[in-house]
Design a protein around this ligand. Structure first.
Ligand code: ATP
Length: 387
């Protein structure tokens, strides 16, 4: 992250003509190079107005907007907009222009050579997952909603801007296509490293898309701005808490990895072990279940102590499905999902060779969550002390 923010809003305000209450009041905000900053908040709080102030589609009533340290509050707004890609929910494709012409809009305005424009259009269609041969000569009405949204993203990327403003870009799309477009866009961003300001009213989309999230209240006042992890672990007030809603702690498990846990040395037995060993191991550890493993120590099934105590001749018909297995890279959210399906109420972790490595149980999640909450609280206390 560069020390100078890519975008800096300095006490920016907007009061629409004929209104008394500002839509945006005294907003100071930094967006760092290469990050996705999500603006999220209740309807009418001023998210879209804030976004449009950045490319001066809406002129600020007061304050300054700096891009790369340069005050752009007074520069020609058309020029400014060519530097900044803009994607909106209704896509806004020109209906009487082909897909290729739509994507070429800004490069054409910038006077690029014809050949360069053609190359760029082909390359962008491929980037957003549309075959140029199939799509370049179609018209917008010949596309599905998801395809049109991809073209919207391609058009915003037309002149390779380093800043993108996205206003509910995936808002009007069915949940499955929406999820796919979000994932595609995140993959694309890994390559492109654009600086993105992304507006949504959906906290789950904000959590998924944002490197940081700004939770806005009325008049675009920042109620909390931070990483999704920290906001989920430590909502600073009731407004934020209410806005992120129930289940925030569980959502926070998405950001914690199995590798962050200290693996317990949970007992396992192999086919070769006598049952008595298994029972003794369970007694020693005060546990009900252990994991049956094969000769390569790959987990096979959960065995309950009552079954072992019967000293069966073989384990073949005993036990409960061990379920899907966890790797150290998996999230604790995934661990929880497996845990609640498991007969033993725990999920099994394997190493990179597929061998039994330990288990995750509820007390681990509890500790991990409490640690995340503690660290987030500490962070805010330190910030306050240094303020
Ligand atoms: N052109 C306009 N003239 C007057 N008032 C406006 C205009 N555009 C927006 N507003 C008002 O400014 C406030 C902020 O609107 P804005 O569209 O920025 O909110 P938002 O958070 O993006 O809302 P939503 O999530 O519903 O899209 C609202 O009270 C709205 O009614």
């Amino acid at each position: 992250m560069s020390p100078e923010p890519k975008i800096h809003l300095d006490r920016v305000g907007k009061t629409y003509p004929g209104t008394k209450i500002p839509a945006v009041e005294d907003l100071t905000l930094d967006v760092h190079e290469g990050e996705i900053l999500v603006l999220v908040g209740p309807s009418g709080c001023g998210k879209s107005t804030t976004l449009r102030l950045i490319n001066r589609m809406i002129e600020p009533s007061n304050g300054r907007i700096l891009l790369d340290g340069e005050d752009v509050t007074k520069v020609n707004p058309d020029k400014l907009r060519r530097r900044i890609g803009y994607v909106i929910q209704q896509i806004g494709l020109f209906p009487h222009q082909t897909i290729a012409q739509n994507i070429a809009t800004v490069p054409k305005m910038l006077g690029w050579e014809k050949e360069r424009i053609t190359e760029q259009v082909e390359s962008l269609l491929t980037t957003v997952g549309l075959d140029p041969d199939q799509y370049r000569d179609r018209f917008p009405k010949e596309l599905s909603g998801g395809q049109a949204q991809r073209v919207g993203v391609a058009r915003a990327l037309g002149a390779d801007p380093d800043i993108m403003l996205m206003d509910e870009p995936f808002g009007a799309i069915d949940p499955i296509t929406r999820d796919r477009l979000q994932n595609e866009f995140l993959r694309l961003q890994e390559e492109l490293h654009k600086t993105i300001v992304f507006v949504t009213h959906d906290i789950d989309e904000a959590i998924k898309m944002g490197d940081r999230i700004a939770i806005l209240g009325d008049r675009s006042t920042i109620r909390q701005i931070d990483t999704p992890e920290r906001i989920l672990a430590y909502p600073v007030d009731d407004f934020v808490d209410d806005f992120i809603g129930t289940g925030s702690t569980i959502k926070g498990l998405n950001f914690l990895k199995v590798s962050s846990l200290k693996q317990t040395d949970y007992p396992s037995i192999s086919d070769a072990d006598p049952c008595a060993t298994g029972v003794a191991k369970l007694d020693e550890a005060g546990l009900e279940w252990l994991v049956l493993v094969d000769a390569q120590r790959r987990p096979l099934r959960w065995l309950h102590r009552d079954e072992l105590a019967k000293s069966p001749a073989s384990y073949d018909d005993l036990g409960e499905d061990v379920g899907d297995l966890l790797n150290s890279d998996d999230s604790l959210f995934h661990a929880l999902e497996l845990m609640v399906q498991s007969a033993a109420g725990q999920s099994v972790v394997v190493d990179k060779h597929g061998a039994f490595a330990g288990v995750v149980e509820m007390s681990h999640l509890n500790k991990a969550i409490r640690r995340a909450q503690y660290e987030a609280r500490l962070h805010y206390e330190e910030m306050e002390a240094n303020a």
